[in-house]
Design a protein around this ligand. Structure first.
Ligand SMILES: [Cu+2]
Length: 249
């Protein structure tokens, strides 16, 4: 029951339009595909369930009436095979195009190295600088993250960018994005990694060209606003910082 309630609340939340903001082009592409799938499902749900209820009432048993026995209908069978086939292929191709776009970084992308560890994110830049739990990037420039872990599996997820990748010890994985909205964007670890997994949070701080140059030069930059205040309030409500963190290692 709790699960159903939570599902309904979350659905209402999504239908209200309170999805995380779209802070990359790929976020827009994913959302278009997602809404297409939602409305396609709603359409077929109404068609199937509505049809079922209509025919159940129309042809319900009546005393003395014997229904005709239907043996088959070739045109109908062709239609209900061809229509789902075309729709599924369209969804596959659409998903494939967006996926390729999301996974192939442009060759001129600015590379930043990411190390995930229990329970923080460390970012290493081309000039040797390192930051913890704050990833500084320029807006409107492609950025490629080359990521690894020093202990267990983690996963790097930026909802506003709609990009996510596992971060795995002993190998390198990549995500790339081009932030279009300046400000702070929430990062989550989305692979359960021990006691403080839920507190393994970071921010992507997308800077306009002027602030980016200043930051690169080691100058102080103005504090950046949260790019998605609604999401931020939600996180503040959901994530209760632990009073003491017990290490499992
Ligand atoms: Cu983690």
């Amino acid at each position: 029951m709790g699960f159903i309630l939570k599902f309904l609340t979350n659905s209402a939340y999504a239908f209200n339009g309170h999805l995380p903001i779209q802070a990359t082009e790929v976020a827009k592409s994913w959302d278009d595909l997602w809404w297409f799938l939602v409305w396609l499902s709603v359409f077929f749900f109404i068609l199937c369930v509505g049809g079922m209820i209509y025919f159940a009432l129309k042809y319900k048993g009546k005393p003395g009436v014997k229904p005709t026995y239907i043996t088959g209908n070739v045109p109908i069978e062709i239609v209900w095979t061809a229509v789902p086939f075309v729709l599924l292929m369209a969804i596959f191709v659409w998903g494939w195009v967006v996926y390729v776009d999301m996974t192939r970084p442009p060759t001129d992308a600015y590379e930043i190295r990411v190390v995930g560890k229990q329970w923080l994110w460390q970012f290493q830049y081309d000039d040797g600088r390192t930051t913890v739990n704050e990833l500084y990037v320029p807006v409107n420039k492609p950025v490629k993250l080359t990521m690894t872990s020093t202990d267990v599996l983690h996963s790097f997820f930026v909802p506003n960018f709609r990009v996510k990748s596992d971060v795995v010890p002993g190998m390198f994985t990549n995500v790339w994005f081009e932030a279009t909205v300046p400000g702070k964007h929430q990062v989550f670890c989305t692979e359960y990694c021990g006691t403080s997994h839920s507190l393994m949070l970071a921010k992507v701080i997308a800077l306009n060209p002027q602030d980016w140059e200043a930051w690169k030069a080691g100058k102080k930059i103005p504090d950046q606003p949260n790019a998605d205040p609604v999401q931020d309030q939600q996180i503040a409500k959901d994530v209760k910082p632990a009073t003491s963190v017990v290490s499992t290692r």
